[in-house]
Design a protein around this ligand. Structure first.
Ligand SMILES: NC(=O)c1ccc[n+]([C@@H]2O[C@H](COP(=O)([O-])OP(=O)(O)OC[C@H]3O[C@@H](n4cnc5c(N)ncnc54)[C@H](OP(=O)(O)O)[C@@H]3O)[C@@H](O)[C@H]2O)c1
Length: 321
């Protein structure tokens, strides 16, 4: 049977920050529980381990390759046309699949090429061992990268291409020359960062939107980019909606994300949370509850290169303003 998935399933497993020694088991368990969508990236450094989980699940016939939606992302150091195919092929090899359902340009940020033989994944610093490590920007037109992404579709290596962390103006620019349109935009979105205009624009252009960090702050506490108190999961409105609906606060937030038309890719390795998050598909919020959730919007972004590039990599590099 050929692949009938034309867009990512509503709930996926996010693989960022899953430790190498947990990734294979987490992926296999997730597929066993019913996940059919995996969100990976070369930058996460765990693709070879996640690939073990994908392979095990397919070998054990828990799911066939056709039933899975596997996303990966092109890292910032590989934006030049001559590096795009090699980067994609490395992700394919590591993930142990012969095509990706979706390949995204991870950020609209081009960094100087780093040979994978020297360091993989390359990360943000050009040379982390330098006395003063620096993030070295390369000026690559997005058109060059996009045209190389289109080639991957022609080669059968990927079925869909898209972008992540792009704003509307950059997407409009791509649409002006694309022979293959972006299928998906992946951006941060949760009740504190609703992005209604971005979602409306994507719906108008038939570009599917995937919400990353759909639970908001919790992902960023351990890396010093948010505080426990920033969590939307303890927000009284969320607690009340969860009680009304008869679900957990995380499920209420995730159900809101699904119901507004985004796919969501929450990360966890705990089997009970994997199930809890997938089960968010089974809860419906009323129009009034949807509105109350949306009213929590603070336009609060936790994952902002305009902040973290300067703090962590010494380079002021805003992209949304
Ligand atoms: N394109 C991009 O630039 C980009 C950027 C960021 C993320 N992403 C993708 O989006 C995925 C998800 O984003 P994220 O990992 O930043 O954030 P997230 O999935 O919203 O949140 C993960 C955090 O929430 C906790 N958690 C998970 N399920 C929970 C539940 N049911 N109840 C309470 N807490 C729960 C997790 O803890 P435990 O792990 O301890 O359960 C973890 O600390 C990533 O893994 C990655 O695939 C993409």
């Amino acid at each position: 049977m050929s692949n009938t998935l034309t867009q990512p399933p509503a709930v996926g497993l996010g693989l960022w920050k899953i430790a190498n020694d947990q990734a294979a088991q987490a992926v296999e368990t997730a597929i066993e529980i019913g996940y059919r969508h995996l969100d990976s990236a070369s930058d996460y450094g765990n693709e070879a381990f996640s690939g073990e989980g994908i392979k095990a699940a397919i070998d054990k016939k828990i799911a066939s390759r056709d039933e899975l939606w596997v996303t990966s992302k092109l890292w910032n150091t590989n934006h030049r046309s001559e590096h795009v195919r090699g980067a994609c092929e490395r992700s394919l090899r590591d993930l142990k699949v012969d095509y990706l359902d979706l390949y995204l340009i991870h950020f609209p940020i081009s960094l100087k090429y780093v040979d994978p033989q020297c360091r993989y994944p390359a990360g943000w610093f050009y040379n982390p061992d330098a006395p003063i490590p620096k993030m070295e920007v390369d000026s690559v037109p997005i058109r060059e990268t996009w045209e190389a992404m289109q080639e991957l579709v022609a080669l059968g290596l990927v079925r869909n291409i898209g972008v992540s962390n792009f704003n509307i103006s950059l997407i409009r620019d791509i649409l002006s020359y694309a022979t293959i349109r972006p299928s998906v935009l992946q951006v941060e979105s949760h009740p504190y960062l609703v992005q209604p205009k971005l979602l409306r624009y994507c719906q108008q252009e038939a570009i599917h939107m995937t919400a990353f960090s759909p639970l908001g702050a919790p992902s960023y506490v351990s890396i010093g980019m948010a505080k426990e108190a920033d969590s939307v999961l303890t927000e009284p409105t969320v607690l009340r909606i969860a009680e009304e609906v008869g679900c957990t606060p995380a499920q209420a937030v995730l159900a809101w994300g699904i119901q507004r038309g985004t796919s969501i890719i929450p990360k966890t390795t705990r089997p009970e949370r994997l199930k809890e998050n997938l089960d968010a598909r089974n809860f419906a919020l009323s129009a009034e509850q949807m509105q109350r959730m949306q009213s929590l919007d603070q336009n609060r972004r936790f994952n902002d290169p305009g902040v973290f590039c300067e703090q962590a990599f010494g380079n002021f590099y805003p992209i949304y303003e």
